[in-house]
Design a protein. Sequence first.
Lengths: 503, 652
Amino acid sequence: MFNFFDQNILNFVIWTPLLGALLLLTIPQKQNLWIKRIALMTVSLTFLFSLHLVCYFKSSSGYQFEIFRPWIPAIGAYYALGVDGFSLWLVLLATLLMPIAVLFSMGSIKEKEKSFYFNLLILETAMLGTLCALDVFLFYLFWEAMLIPMYFLIGIFGHGRKVYAAIKFFIFTLIGSVLMLLAIVYLRQEAEGSFLLDHWSLLALSPQVQGVLFAAFALAFAIKVPLFPLHTWLPDAHTEAPTAGSMILAGVLLKMGTYGFVRFAIPLFPDALLVAKPWIATLAVVGIVYGALVAMVQKDMKRLVAYSSISHLGFVMLGLMALTPQAVTGATYQMVNHGLTSAGLFLMVGMLYDRTHTRLIADYGGIAKQVPLYTFVFLILTFASIALPGTNSFVGEFLILSGSLKELPYQTILATLGVIFGAVYMLWMVERVFFGPLKKDSLKGLKDMNWREVLCVLPIILLVVWMGVKPNFFLSKIEIATQTLTETVQQNQLAKQSLKLQK
Amino acid sequence: MVLAWIILLPLLGALINGYHALSCRLRQQKVIHGMVNFVGVGLPFVAFLIALSQGIPFILGAEEPIRENLFSWISVGSLHIEAGLYLDRLSTLMVLIITGVGTLIHLYSIGYMKGDSGYAKYFAYLNLFLTSMLILVLGDNLLLLFLGWEGVGLCSYLLIGFWFEDKAKAQAGKKAFIVNRIGDVGFLLGIFALGVLLLPGAGENAVIFNFEYIESQIGLITVSKVFWLSAPFIITLFLFVGATGKSAQIPLYVWLPDAMAGPTPVSALIHAATMVTAGVYMIARMDFLFDVAPETLHIIAIIGASTALFAALIAMVQTDIKKVLAYSTVSQLGYMFLAMGVGAYAYGVFHLMTHAFFKACLFLGSGSVIHAMSGEQDIRKMGGLKKALPITSMTFLIATMTIAGLPPFAAFFSKDHILWKTYSHGHPILWVMGLLAAFGTAFYMFRLYILTFTGKSRVSEEAKAHLHESPFNMTFALIVLAVLSAVAGFLGLPEVLGGHDWIAHWLHLGSNAAEAHGASHSHTMELLLMGVSVAVATFAILLAFVLYRNGLEGPNKRARAMRPLHNLLTNKFYVDEIYDACVVRPIYYLSQSILFTVIDRKLIDEVLVNRSGRFLAWLGSCVSRIQNGFVNRYAFCFLLAFALMLGIWVFN
C-alpha cells in the first residue's frame, strides 16, 4: 500500500485538484457551503500529499519520485514526471498557497463560487504538472493549461479593467509560448522523435542553432518572469485580479518563468547562455532598479506590490545568470521567498480591500491604532520583503548577491541599489497607510483581522521566520540540483576550451 | 550556552511583553504594569549579571576568548556561516555597557513611560533592541554582526516612530531606516568582496566570515586586489560606509538629529550609548584589517574630525534640549572615529565607554527635565530649574563638566588621549579641528546647562505648576551614571600623569598598539597639549557663562548682528535641504515623470503594446473587407485575376 502510494505520489499530488474540480461540477450552484468545503478539502489534501515529497526527498540525488510511462507513442511523448531540488520547494509553495487562497476567498468571493473554485483547482493541477513534467510535450501542455483558468479568474472575478487585463495577460504569454512551441518541434526532430528532457540534454547542437532556440525559450520564460521591458502585463493582471488570483499569480506563476530557465533554457543551451548571460543579467538589474523606482510612485497598494515583484524577480534572474552554486541556490531559494512574501502582501491588501473597497494609499492613513494585529503582521511581511536579516529573503538575497559579485561585478553592484529602494517604497507606503493621525472618520470602524484571516497568514509568517533562521533544511535539498546545473555549464565550457586548444 | 543566555533573556522579555501588549490591545484590557516591569527590567538585569560573571575573568586578566557554537546558519557548497558567539575583552566591555546601561535605562523608563498607552509595547521593543545589540557585539562572524546591525536598525525605526500618530515622528523613523540602508549596502558590499577573496581558497569546513578566520588570512587579503585597488582598502572602505550610516558620520549623519522624535530613554540608550557606537565597535573588532589599510584610516580620521567639528558648530545654536544633545552625540562619535583613524583604537573604545556614561546621563537628565516641564523641550522656555530639580541639575552638571573635558572627569582622559594620539601620529591639522570641536563642546554644553538650570525662570505659568523632581527610579539611574562618568576616566589614567593607562593595555587593539603607548614624543609635549585643551575648555565655559548668564537678550542681539552665520548654523548648514534638492526630488521626479509616466505607460505600454495590438486589429479590419460576403464582388475579383493570368500567359 505504502509502496503504491510512494511510487505514484506525484500522480496523487497533481491530479487530486482536478478530481476535486470534477466533483465540484456535480454540486448544484446553490450549495455554496459544500462547494467551499470541497474546494478547501481538495487543496488541503493536495498539500498533505505534497508533504510526503518533503519527508522522503533525498538531499543526495537528482530527480526523485519519478513516474515514467509511454503516453503517445505516435509522436514520442512520454508521461514522465519527477521532482528535483529546483521543483521541490516550488511544488510545496504552490500546494501551500492554494489552501490559503481558498480559505481567504471563502470570505471575499460571494458569487459564482462554483466557477471560481473550479478554475482555481484546474489551475493548481496545471501548475503542479508544469513543475513536475520531465517530458517537454507534457510540460507544454500543462504550461498552456495554466493560462485558461487564470484568464477566467482575472476576467470574471477581477476588478476594474479586468477584461483588458485578462486579455493582455493571455496574449503576452501566448506570444512567448508560440515561439517556444516552434523550438520544441525543431528539437523533437533533432532528438529523433523524443520529447524526453533526458534525451534532449544529450543533444550536441551547434552554437548558432542554440542561439535561435535559446532565444525562443528565453522569450517565453522572460515574459513570464517578467524581465524588463516585457513586464507591462504584470501590473495590470496583478492589480485587477481577485486576491486569490494575485496571490497565485505573484506567488507561483511568475516562478514558472525562472523555473523554465533553470529547467530548460540554461541546461539545454549552455553556449547560447554564455553569450546572452551579461545581457540578461543587465536586463534583470534594470528591472530591479526600475521596478523599485516605479513601485515607489504608485498610488494603488496592489500595483505597488506588483511592481515590487518585478524588482524582486530581477534578483532571482541575476542569481541564475551568475551560475555559481551559491547564486543559483540563492535564486532558487528566493523564488520561494518571494512567493511567500508577495502572496502574503497581496493577501493583506486583499483584507483591507474587502473592508473598504479601495486600494488607494491616499484613502488610508493612521489605521495602525484601529487594527494593531493587522499592522503587526503587515510590518513583518514588509521587513521580510526588504530582506531584513532573520527573515527568509535575506538568506536568498545574500546568497544571490555574494554569489554573483565575481561573475557579474557591475550588475551586482548596481543591483544593491534595489536593496535601498526596496526599503524606500515599502516603508513609505507603510507610513502613509498606517501612521500619522487617523485620516477619515469612516476608518474608525475598521475591523481587525478575524480568525480565518489569521489562519491564512500564520503559515506564511512562520515560514518567513523559519526559513530565515534555519535555512539549511531547505537549502540542503536544493544543493544537488544547482551543482548539477552549474557543472553542466562548466563542463561544456571546459570542453569548448580544450577543443580550441587542440585546434 | 552561557553566552547564548545573555542574548536569549532579553529576547524572552521581548516576546513576553510583545505578546502581552498585543493581546491587551486586542482585548482592550489594561496592561499589567508589574508584570511588564518585572519581565522588561528583570530579564536584562539577569543578563547583566551573567555578563558580569563571564566578564570578570577577563577584567582580571584572562586572555583566552570564550567561543560558543550554536548552530549552522547558512551552508551552501563551501560557504558556511555559523551562528557562533565570541567573548573577549572588547566584547566584554561592550556587553557590560549594553546590559548595564541598558538595565539602568529600562529602570528609568518605568517612571518616564508611566501612563503611556503603549507601555508594554515599549518594553518589548526595548528588549528586542538589547537582543539585537547583543548579537551585534557577541557574534563571532561578520554576518551575525550584520544581523544585529540590521536588528538594531529595525528597533530604532520602531522606537523613533513609537508615537506614530504624529506624522513627523513616523517620518523620522523611516528616514533613519532608509539612510542607514544606504550605509548597509556599503557594508554588504564589503562583506561580499571579502567573500569573493576568501571563498576560493577556503577549506571544506572553513567559516570564512569568522573574525578569527579573516585574521588568519590577513596575508592573503593584503596582497590581493579588488578591481584595480588594494583589497584591504576597498573592503575597509565599504565597511566604513556602513559605519557612517549607523554611527551618524558625514555624510549620512542626517538621521540622528531627527531620531530625537523617539522617547527620551530611547535616545539615551540607542541614539547615544549603544547603537550609534556600533560602527566604532566594528572597526575595533576588525582592527587587524583596518591596520593594513592606511588609506582608509586616513579617510576615517578626516571624516571623524570633520564630523566632530561640524556637529559641534551646529550644536552651538540649537534651542531644543534634545537637538543639542543629538548634535553633541554626532560630534562625540566623530572623536571616536578620529581615534580609530589615527590607529588609536583602544582610545576610541575608551571614549565610547565614557560617552555611554555621560551622554546617557545627559539624555536621561534632559528626559527628567522634559518630564517635569510636561513635554516642553525648548530651552528658551526653561531657566532656573535648579531649585525644582536638584538631583537632575546636579547630575546634569557633572555630566556636562565631563563632556566639556574638565579634569578629572572621564571624558577629559578619553578625549585627551585621542587628541594626543592625533597630534603625536602626525596629524596637526586634525588635532586643531579636534581642539576647536572641544571648544565648541564645552561652549554648547555650558550654554545648555546655564539656560536650562540657572538664571531667571522663563517657564510658563502653566508648566510651573507641575514642576517636580522625578521619582527615585528615574533619579537612581541619573546618579549611577553621573558617578560613572565622574570616575570612569581613571581606567585610562595616562602614564604622564602617573597612571598606567590600564584600559589601552587591557584592550590591546591594533598591531601598532605597542607603539601607541610607547613614549615616542616627549612627556613635556603631552602635558603641554593637555594644558592647552584644558585652557580651551575653560575659556569656552567662561565665554558661555558671560554670554548666557543674563538670559537670552544679549545673545539674541549678537545673533542678529551676525545673521548670515547664525542662519547658516540654525539651519544646520542646509544639509537636509541640499539632500532633498539633489537626491530625493530628482529620484522622485525620475520615477514619477520619466520612468512611470513616459517609459512605462506611454512608451512600452501604449506605443509598443497597445499600438501593436491596435495595428493588428486594423490589419484584420483591412483584410476582412476582402471577405465581405458579396458574391458579385467575389466574381469580379475572380474575373480580374483570370484576365491578369491570361494576359501574363499570352504576353510571355
